[in-house]
Design a protein around this ligand. Sequence first.
Ligand code: NAD
Ligand code: ISE
Length: 336
Amino acid sequence: MTVNIGVIGTGMIGRDHARRVNQVLDGGRIVALSDVDRASAEAVRAAVAPDATVFASGQALIASDAVDAVLVTSWGATHEEYVLAAIAAGKPCFCEKPLATTAEGARRIVEAEAAHGRRLVQVGFMRRYDAGYVALKQVVDSAIGTPLMVHAAHRNPTVPEQYVTPMAIHDTLIHEIDVLRWLLDDDYVSARVIFPRKTQHAHAKVADPQIVLLETARGAVIDVEIFVNCRYGYDIQCEVVGEEGIARLPEPMAVQTRRDARLSQPILTDWKDRFVAAYDVELADFLRAAAQGTAAGPSSWDGYVAAVTSDACVAAQEAPGTAVPVTLPARPALYA
Ligand code: NAD
Ligand code: ISE
């Protein structure tokens, strides 16, 4: 079966996902596009989806009988209304991170989906589909004993002017918040933030770097360095320290060169390249489940937990060094 897909938000990642559905993956085709900037949707139609209709609004796209399933790739603050509309229409919906920009918003989505009684939402936490993280999880689950600590880093070469201090959590750390919880199969109980000396390369509105300390229900302690003006590349690091050994996320494949008395290896600079294969696998999973009228992979509940944890981390930014509790209600049966 071919799933007819509508894309809401045709910026950087919406365009890339539209390309992926039409040119890389089997099982789906882009039939509808919408963006508040209509010219952007028209440009994506011309570039990668010539058969698509451009809709004047995301709501009209979701309501269209031509659309079986929806990709929400607009700005984070607009995700909630589109995901709720997709659930109300009973259509599978892939939503880029964050599921919602507030925990209450994410909670409303969880409640709507739970009331619907069947999973319809997949959140775009693509790292769970990355071959390196999947391999790391197999080792963590079987070969290094009880996990005690995680040392992680999320480094971007640079960020735009509109990137402000809380975005280090909502926009950037949110990937670690999800993937480390999945990796350890554990939940968070508290968050702390420490600000080292600020890099001269960060603009005025972002404190950079930051260190976030997360404590889990089973007592593991995680430190994540977020450094979004590191200059040298896009670099994701993760090391799990267990009772019996240590496991490390593999580096992306790269050719080593020996020349002029140097051993060297390139480092990626763009997040799109670092997780390109994972984006393919996550969307393939979405298309497979959508063909059955449902959703798989990271759920609304995972999006909600990430939102609650993000809020605690932002509160912790405001009181550096203080442990802020992460408190979750009981998990609805749909997400057991
Ligand atoms: P972008 O600014 O390039 O594109 C967003 C698009 O949404 C723009 O074209 C904008 O006009 C449109 N838009 C804004 N409000 C809208 C609305 N109400 N209805 C319809 N369209 C609207 O941003 P981006 O980098 O593509 O990011 C989009 C989303 O994807 C964000 O939530 C971001 O966090 C997420 N993202 C995820 C990853 C990942 O690694 N998983 C990477 C990048 C971005
Ligand atoms: C961006 O939105 C992403 O999701 C990238 O994966 C992340 O590395 C980057 O920091 C975010 O800005």
